[in-house]
Design a protein around this ligand. Sequence first.
Ligand SMILES: Nc1ncnc2c1ncn2[C@@H]1O[C@H](COP(=O)(O)OP(=O)(O)OP(=O)(O)O)[C@@H](O)[C@H]1O
Ligand SMILES: [Mg+2]
Length: 262
Amino acid sequence: MADIITFANKKGGSGKTSTVLNVGAVLGSKGNRVLLVDLDPQAHLSYWSGVNTYDTYKNIYSVIHGDYSSSEAVTTTEHGLYDIIPASTHFSHKDLKQIIDGRQVEGKLAKALIDVKDKYDIILIDTPPTVAVLTLNALVASRHVLIPVLLNFLAIEGLAQLAQNIYRINMAHNPDLRIMGIIPNQYDLRSNHARRVVSELNENFGEDMISPRIRHDIKVAEAPEARLPINLYAPKSRGAMDFSILADYVMGKINESAGVKT
Ligand SMILES: Nc1ncnc2c1ncn2[C@@H]1O[C@H](COP(=O)(O)OP(=O)(O)OP(=O)(O)O)[C@@H](O)[C@H]1O
Ligand SMILES: [Mg+2]
């Protein structure tokens, strides 16, 4: 049964999509059966994975709406490191709200994913910076949440509120949901400010909640153009090294929560 991890942070540009795709690709390269789910109507994850986002009619929104099962909407990738249920750029926010409306709005994705849970070891969900109801659905469907953050004080200002939201979801919908870690992204070793932000994170969340950091690397920003994950696009880059270490951290946390001794 797949472990489901949502990557969330409503601050735009914090690195959700980059971490989902690159961590997913590393985990896939190590023999795990990995499924990525693109919930973001910007559909960056889908595009980066080589899906034509203009004419995909089997997408995660049609799955949530009940038009297809989740396994029918699974698309394979050319590199084969993971499969993906794509998003689509066709839907306005109003359309999305209508699609997801109805009874038990927050549990629709969890229900839809039951169909694919047995076919994968790990499911990673990319969430949008907007459309809170989609992120809520992702969190209700998940066991873990990972939070990529940029290292400046304004970027981490909303984290306490996110932790509160997770606590509320624990109470109301999903008692199993836990924060797996906070991912410092685009780390600049030379910046005193970044170091101060990291120590602030350590103080507030505890050192074991802060994952290995991802340094700024232009190769990470270039990889979507080639529609390849960083481990294939630039296997010797800093980015590839950092995402490989991050994937080990994620695997370690999954095993820890499953009670597996490593
Ligand atoms: N470690 C990194 N080094 C260099 N560029 C990066 C790195 N991580 C992310 N980026 C770039 O920063 C931008 C934002 O990253 P990304 O799209 O992953 O964030 P996001 O949280 O998914 O954004 P959104 O909230 O809009 O969905 C992208 O242009 C991406 O290529
Ligand atoms: Mg994104």
